[in-house]
Write a protein that binds this ligand. Structure first.
Ligand code: RNT
Ligand code: ZN
Length: 421
């Protein structure tokens, strides 16, 4: 689209929103301040660099074998730089512990240290992103029984506690060096395929393990821990130790962040409606924006009704500053750079639509019991020209407008990723 056309579409859209009492500039400024925590693991199907021949376990699965996944740190960083060049705004990259710079050596999970992430910290500074962190409790022989921190074997529990301790040290060091708290997400795959009898005992062990390690205090200026609940996984269909109730209770009791993953609830349930409840009881939320297709399939995020409901709830709560928006999906069946860019841009667009809502007007209808009017406006809003605002924002930020990113990704595929064999 030509520059004048873009500008004109934007001005027209702005006028339409103004007639509803919506300040477009303010909405765009808020969108621009929204840093999305981009998960590192879409680039290489959650494999990491700990073990080049490793296999993804823990009840999650990246299906597909599209060529071109990143095979080492250089390639993965190059891919992230490409992704960052195709999206507006300033974002964060969320690293998993298995993505350390181990220099070709095998470093076990209980031995990882801040030094293994120093080159990431330096790289992040260079490209202008902040880092978040995730401990990795899966894809390891000591998690093969299905239980880590909640294992009945004390030696295994000891190993994973050591891992968690090291991860917190690393995350805090990242936070200290980058001058912004590092969000450290704790997700454990613990659970079982079939009817588990000792549910209380495993949960008690998990609670004790977390209590022991999390009792070591770090400044919240450096580190923010959060715990992620789940409903079921592949091979843990019957029982997941870290269920929603477990971590909701844990986070509330310990006044800490809770992570809500869009794929970790019952198929007819949505995490959108949990936002306004949990914000009353925990200091902050961390989101894993994902797209479940019948199960926790971790499909690329697209603009679904669920995503719209989620971004609307974040904005309507009035506490968007307490919600960390992170992504969590891994699709190995399509171009992985494309998967990143589509998911990030869709999340931004959903957020922009929510920010462009005349919420006060809708609330007024609600107060006056005018629910037909509320419904009518909610429907009208769906076809407002919000995309003209997003396009103009992209142009202003110097990133491709509309579908222009597709060609850039095709070129990168031709010149770079397709050569990775
Ligand atoms: C698994 C969780 C978890 C992982 C990542 C790789 O179901 O969603 O967040 O996807 O840590
Ligand atoms: Zn997740």
């Amino acid at each position: 689209m030509k520059e004048e056309q873009l500008k004109k579409a934007y001005e027209d859209a702005k006028a339409q929103y103004a007639s509803l009492g919506v300040d477009v500039d303010k909405a765009v400024e808020k969108l621009n301040n929204l840093s999305i925590s981009i998960h590192c693991w879409q680039a290489d199907d959650v494999l990491g660099f700990e073990n080049p021949d490793g296999e993804l376990t823990g009840g999650i699965k990246a299906t597909g074998n599209f060529p071109g996944k990143a095979r080492n740190i250089e390639e993965i960083r190059k891919d992230y730089e490409k992704v960052l060049s195709l999206i507006p705004g300033i974002h964060r990259i969320s690293l998993h512990a298995i993505y350390g710079d181990f220099g070709g050596e095998f470093v076990d999970r209980d031995q990882i240290e801040p030094k293994h992430f120093q080159s990431w910290i330096d790289w992040a500074k260079k490209v202008g992103v902040k880092l978040d962190f995730n401990s990795t409790f899966f894809s390891h022989e000591k998690s093969s029984s299905g239980y880590t921190l909640s294992n009945f074997d004390p030696e295994i529990r000891k190993f994973w506690k050591a891992h968690l301790r090291q991860c917190r040290k690393i995350a805090a060091e990242i936070g200290r060096q980058q001058g912004s708290p590092c969000v450290h997400n704790i997700w454990l795959p613990d659970g079982e395929k079939d009817k588990t009898v000792s549910r209380f005992a495993h949960r008690q062990l998990m609670k004790e393990g977390l209590d022991e390690v999390l009792s070591e205090k770090f400044s919240s200026e450096y580190l923010k821990d959060c715990v992620e609940c789940k409903l079921f996984g592949i091979g843990s269909e019957s029982y997941v130790v870290g269920s929603h109730e477990f971590y909701m209770g844990y986070a509330v009791k310990n006044n800490m962040m809770l992570t809500l993953d869009a794929g970790h609830v019952h198929p007819t349930e949505s995490i959108a409606d949990k936002i306004s409840s949990m914000l009353l009881f925990v200091p902050e939320l961390n989101l894993h924006v994902s797209r479940p297709e019948r199960w926790d399939s971790d499909h690329v995020v697209t603009m679904t009704d669920e995503l719209m409901a989620l971004t609307q709830e974040i904005v309507r709560s009035g506490h968007a500053d307490r919600v960390n928006v992170g992504l969590d999906y891994f699709d190995a069946s399509i171009n992985r750079i494309g998967a990143y860019v589509v998911g990030i841009r869709s999340t931004q667009r959903a957020m922009l639509q929510a920010l462009l809502e005349p919420t006060e007007k809708l609330r007024e209808f609600e107060m006056q019991d005018k629910n037909f009017q509320r419904m009518a406006y909610l429907e009208e809003l769906k076809s407002m020209p919000w995309n003209a605002i997003y396009n103009y924002y992209c142009q202003q930020q110097g990133v491709p407008v509309g579908d222009a990113y597709i060609k850039v990704i095709e070129e990168y595929e031709e010149q770079v990723t397709s050569k990775r064999v």
